[in-house]
Design a protein around this ligand. Sequence first.
Ligand code: ADP
Length: 366
Amino acid sequence: GQTIGVFTSGGDSQGMNAAVRAVVRMGLYLGCKVYTIKEGYQGMVDGGDHIVESTWSGVSGTIEKGGTIIGSARCKAFREREGRLKAAGNLVRCGINNLVCIGGDGSLTGANLFKQEWKGLLSELYEAGEISETEMQQTMYLNIAGIVGSIDNDFCGTDMTIGTDTALHRIIEAVDAIGTTASSHQRCFVMEVMGRHCGYLALVAAMASEADFVFIPENPVASGWQEQLCGKLKQERDIGQRLNIIIVAEGAIDSHGQPITANDVKKLVTERLGYDTRVTVLGHVQRGGNPSAFDRLLASRMGAEAVMALVDASGDTPAVVIALDGNQIKRRSLMGCVKRTLYVQEAMKNKEFEKCIEARGRSFAK
Ligand code: ADP
């Protein structure tokens, strides 16, 4: 059996533990050795007791936990070749040449770079006497399977990322809770949700919670939006609605590229309509709490598939990312997905929204 290392990296999201658990258990089931690497790339660079062999019972009671138990970190050292050399040495000494990277596009980009450099890193370690010839031969190729953990659903190539569904639950629970009190007092609530570069959470939460208005980065509101918004709120009140809910994504802007904040909206509604208006900023609540059933299952399916992809790899197989396509779990080119994601980020930066939406939605050839 192979030797697999699994780690979580970058921003945390609910369901990461379920993915780690599935990797460990599927790996053991298929006769592999599985190590968990604590604190992402930092643990890989530091080595020692950050790299721990895992057991079947070692991951029990983790599927329902939010965040990531094995820790996540941003790691400066791994951005330098020097750091990656140390990381490679620590992996090779444990016999690890298969990695499951659970993180965002940054973490997956790092993993791909690591794979490209692997051969050179091993030669250097061997020449410096850091690893033996046998160790080098046993870990000749580095195989990578990526799983995307992100509440923003901002990665191209997969329909859903792990954590998004749970974050949506947190948002709509908050809207429902606020709705009852807002209704009692005939208030207007402006809710700021996460999404600096991707309006998915705001848009879907607005649809699921019957919000009156939503602001997202991909759809800058044209001039005159103030009249449109106030007209809509008034119309709802006139037909007997006792509350208003407005959802604003962090990165919302108008057609001049000016940010629209929850406080801007509150000011407008208070001044023009005189409604009692309150702002709620959800913040890290969206990242918190137990993963939903959907995220637990998605993470479990992705974790299992990641291990199967690694077991199937022979020779120098290109890195894959595990994706959800409709209701199927698929393997896709990690580099293809990362490239598409960076293209979308660039389009967002340049305010080329149609380009961005088209690229996000386009179906993906394997
Ligand atoms: P995310 O994975 O959530 O997008 P980051 O972009 O912060 O989060 O990436 C997490 C970690 O991955 C970084 O701290 C760094 O150690 C590693 N990383 C990211 N990009 C690269 C890169 N281009 N080269 C090497 N390592 C990288």
